[in-house]
Design a protein around this ligand. Structure first.
Ligand SMILES: Cc1ncc(COP(=O)(O)O)c(C=O)c1O
Length: 397
C-alpha cells in the first residue's frame, strides 16, 4: 500500500458517508416531484440541508447545493457581480486576493473579460497572507463601485490561513453592506472552525470531496438577503440560484461527512498538526536547503516546501515510484508542472516557484505514513535536484 499524502486534492470517502449515499441512491424520486417518491426524496434532501446548516452555523435556507467548490465560487463571484451590477450599474469591481484558487481567479477574470467589469487582485505579503491594508485602500478609493470581495479562508497550496475576519470588517467599514463578501472555505471546512452565522460573510463555498464525501457535491452558503444572480439556468432549484436536479444521495453523503468532520475537528486538528510537525522535523533534519512555507499560521494537515534546484516532476515521479503520493499543489499542463501562482505572488522567481512540494495529511493518515514518507523523501529530493541541475545546464545551452 502506498502512502497517500495528497488529501488536499481529495480525501478518502468516509464509510458513513458512503453508507448514506448508498441508502439514498437506492430510492427513486426527484425532490421536485409532488408524488410520494418525490416527497420522500425532498424529505431526505431537506434533512441533509438542515444537518449541513447546523454543522456550520447557518440556516437551512442559506444552503445552496452545487456540484462542488468551483461552481460555488463561480456562483458567488459572477452571480454576486451580476446581481450587484443589475441593482447599481456603477458596481463593477470584483476584488480577490492574489492567492485564490483558480475557480475564484477565473471567475474574476470572467467578470472582466466577459461581463464588462473590473477584476482587482489584492496583493499578499511574503508569508502568502493577504495585505489587508492594501485591500482597505482599494475599498476606500472605490467604495461605491465595489460589487464583490472574495478572499479564501485557507490556501489550497500552502494551507496559509487568511485574515477573513479582518476582510469582512474592512469591507463593512469602508464600503458598507452592499458589497458581497465571499470566502472560499473549501480547504478549511472540517479543519478549522467555521461559523457562517457569526462571520457576517454573505457567502461561503465548500466542497464535499475535501472532507470525506464523494466528489460532485458542494455548497454555497449564502445569506437570504444577499442578492445573487444564477449562473446556471433551468427550473429554479435551490432558491432559483442553482438550477438542476439536486443529487439527493450526494447531499445525504455530504451531510454525514460534514457532521463527522466537524464533530472530530478539535481532536483531528491536534492529531494532524502533530503528524505534520513530525514530518516537518524529519524533513528539516534530512533534507538540506529546504524552506517551509506558511509555517506561522496554516491548516493542521499542510506541509508546503520549497526545494531550491529540484525538478518537481522528477521529485513526484520518484516519490510515486517509491510509494508516496504527493503533489506540487500547482497546476500541471501536458505533464509539466507550472510555476505555483501562490509562490509567484509571494515574490519567488519562476524556477523557485516550480520547485515546490505539497504534503497534505487527512483523516486516514497515520504515524506510519509519516515514517514511510521520511524514509524516501531525502533520496527523492537528491534525485530531483540532480535532474534539476541537468535541466539547468541544458537551459543555459
Ligand atoms: C480552495 C479551493 N477552492 C476551490 C476548489 C475547487 O473545488 P472542487 O474540486 O470541488 O470544484 C478547490 C479544489 O482543489 C480548492 O482547494
Amino acid at each position: 500500500m502506498s502512502v497517500y499524502l495528497d488529501h488536499a486534492a481529495t480525501t478518502t470517502v468516509r464509510p458513513a458517508a458512503l453508507a448514506a449515499l448508498a441508502r439514498a441512491a437506492e430510492r427513486v424520486g426527484n425532490p421536485s416531484s409532488l408524488h410520494g417518491a418525490g416527497r420522500a426524496a425532498r424529505s431526505t434532501l431537506e434533512d441533509a440541508r438542515e444537518r449541513i446548516a447546523a454543522a456550520l452555523g447557518a440556516e437551512p435556507a442559506e444552503v445552496a447545493l452545487t456540484s462542488g467548490g468551483c461552481e460555488a465560487d463561480t456562483l458567488a463571484v459572477v452571480g454576486g457581480y451580476l446581481a450587484a451590477r443589475a441593482a447599481d450599474p456603477a458596481r463593477r469591481r470584483v476584488v480577490t486576493s492574489a492567492v485564490e484558487h483558480a475557480a475564484v481567479r477565473g471567475a474574476g477574470r470572467a467578470v472582466a473579460e466577459v461581463h464588462g467589469g473590473t477584476h482587482v487582485v489584492a496583493p499578499v505579503g511574503p508569508d502568502g497572507v493577504l495585505d489587508v491594508a492594501a485591500l482597505e485602500a482599494e475599498l476606500a478609493a472605490h467604495a461605491r463601485e465595489t460589487a464583490v470581495v472574495s478572499v479564501m479562508v485557507a490556501n489550497n497550496e500552502t494551507g496559509a490561513i487568511q485574515p477573513v475576519e479582518a476582510v469582512v470588517a474592512a469591507v463593512r467599514r469602508e464600503a458598507g453592506n452592499a458589497v458581497l463578501v465571499h470566502a472560499d472555505a473549501v480547504q478549511a471546512v472540517g479543519h478549522v472552525p467555521v461559523d457562517f452565522g457569526a462571520s457576517d460573510l454573505d457567502a461561503l463555498s465548500l466542497s464535499g470531496h475535501k472532507l470525506g464525501a464523494p466528489a460532485g457535491i458542494g455548497a454555497l452558503l449564502v445569506q437570504r438577503t444577499t442578492p445573487l444572480a444564477p449562473v446556471i439556468h433551468g427550473s429554479g432549484q435551490e432558491r432559483g440560484v442553482r438550477s438542476g436536479t439536486v443529487p439527493v444521495a450526494l447531499a445525504a453523503a455530504l451531510a454525514v461527512a460534514i457532521e463527522e468532520a466537524v464533530a472530530e475537528l478539535e481532536t483531528e486538528a491536534a492529531r494532524l498538526a502533530g503528524l505534520r510537525d513530525e514530518l516537518e522535523r524529519g524533513v528539516r533534519a534530512s533534507v538540506p536547503d529546504v524552506r517551509v512555507n506558511a509555517a506561522d499560521a496554516r491548516l493542521p494537515g499542510f506541509l508546503h516546501l520549497t526545494l531550491p534546484g529540484a525538478d518537481v516532476d522528477a521529485l513526484l515521479f520518484a516519490l510515486d515510484s517509491w510509494g508516496v503520493q504527493a503533489s506540487a499543489g500547482a497546476a500541471c499542463h501536458a505533464g509539466v508542472t507550472q510555476p505555483s501562482e501562490v509562490m509567484l505572488a509571494v515574490g519567488d522567481d519562476e524556477r523557485l516557484a516550480r520547485s515546490v512540494l505539497r504534503l497534505t495529511l487527512g483523516w486516514t493518515s497515520t504515524a506510519t505514513d509519516v515514517e514511510r514518507a521520511l524514509a524516501v523523501l531525502p533520496r527523492a529530493v537528491e534525485r530531483a535536484r540532480a535532474a534539476g541541475a541537468v535541466a539547468a545546464r541544458y537551459a543555459a545551452g
